[in-house]
Design a protein around this ligand. Sequence first.
Ligand SMILES: [Ca+2]
Length: 229
Amino acid sequence: MLQLSSLLCGLLIVLIVLALQGSLVDSQDRSAPYPSLDNYHTILARLEAIEAGQAAMKRSLNNVDARMLVKLEAIENTLARIVRQQAAIQATPLSNHSKIDSRAVPPNFEGIAGRYFYIERSLVTTWASAVATCRDMGGSLATFRNETELNEVRKHLPNGSSYWLGLNDRKKEGEFVSAASGKPAKYFKWFQNEPSNTGNYQHCVSFYNGEMYDIACDEYLYFICQDTE
Ligand SMILES: [Ca+2]
């Protein structure tokens, strides 16, 4: 009798446990399609994050717009400046006026005696490097066409400094050719007893206090570029 009641009791416990498990599984199944409160909060947080991301993107696009406007304005200002310069050049009575109008002036070149020159006053270099630098700037190492040009450029140079000119006689001793054209140069203003070719290695022309010297091409000097031959 005691054994039977123990057996029934055990059976009852097993049934209760099975029933409880069944209800738990049931409740889990039901809960799956309906998010819990926690899930709502997570989704809400994610939506808010997406919204914040959109707002940040909008702000960033606005910034890009503003930067583009600034750049456009800078381009417009530059164009306006070029137009003003062009008008000023056209209004200037220069002998070789039409030549200057028809081409762009390299930046940093200054108008001297109806042409454009760039005077390098702070860096010294060899003759060959000066030729290359002037070419990179859109010009060539300068030569003077006449005394007027020489005197006008000289007014822009401090006394006591040497500048390379675009003249050398490396190919044929005594025949000084223009670096820009490769043709024999026509105008010189040599210092007394120059060109001397002292030591037989002075093949490049420097300009010092208004006069020309042949000196070694690997000396380090300032230089003058021109925009046209
Ligand atoms: Ca010399």
